[in-house]
Design a protein around this ligand. Structure first.
Ligand SMILES: [Zn+2]
Length: 174
């Protein structure tokens, strides 16, 4: 039986463990300070190899940081239940549950799946934006802005051509 006292001791243990984790992660931060911003990605291919598996439009957006024409992606108006994957490496990036209509003409989400994406600072001509890419292959997806809806207040503005929509599967009865 777990008594009230035992439960109290368990909580103390949890706090200690959390404190230990915090120390460990601050050590890790110091190490990564010296690392380059160009992260080594799990999946790397030469431009020739990417061209073989991507369409010209996908290559332009994912590998050359291009932007598709607003309203050109059928995924902008797609609100079916499912998952949006990286068009280059199939990593699940966003759930349909976090998709919203931003009115921009680009598929928009207020939150990515855990550990799905990475960001970098993108210094454009007159603005500084936060670039969003696939954590696994580094493929460029779009940008994130601070004018999104609750609960995050973020707007992940994605190129539909960089995403692959996988409809939610009904549980098989057979
Ligand atoms: Zn990817």
């Amino acid at each position: 039986m777990l008594t009230r006292r035992d439960f109290g001791l368990a909580s103390v243990g949890l706090v200690a463990a959390a404190a230990g984790l915090r120390v460990a992660s601050s050590d890790a931060n110091e190490e990564t300070m010296t690392a380059t911003t160009e992260a080594p990605f799990e999946i790397t291919k030469t431009p020739e190899e990417w061209r073989k598996i991507l369409t010209p439009e996908q290559y332009y957006v994912l590998r050359e940081h291009g932007t598709e024409r607003a309203g050109s992606s059928p995924l902008d108006k797609n609100y079916t239940d499912g998952t949006y994957e990286c068009a280059a490496c199939d990593l699940p990036l966003y759930s349909s549950e976090t998709k919203f209509n931003s009115g921009t003409g680009w598929p928009s989400f207020y939150k990515p799946l855990d550990g799905a994406i990475g960001t970098s600072v993108d210094n454009g001509f007159f603005t500084t934006r936060t670039e969003v890419h696939c954590r696994r292959c580094g493929g460029h997806l779009g940008h994130v802005f601070n004018d999104g809806p609750p609960p995050t207040g973020l707007r992940y503005c994605m190129n539909g051509v960089a995403l692959k929509f996988v409809p939610k599967q009904e549980k098989s009865t057979g």
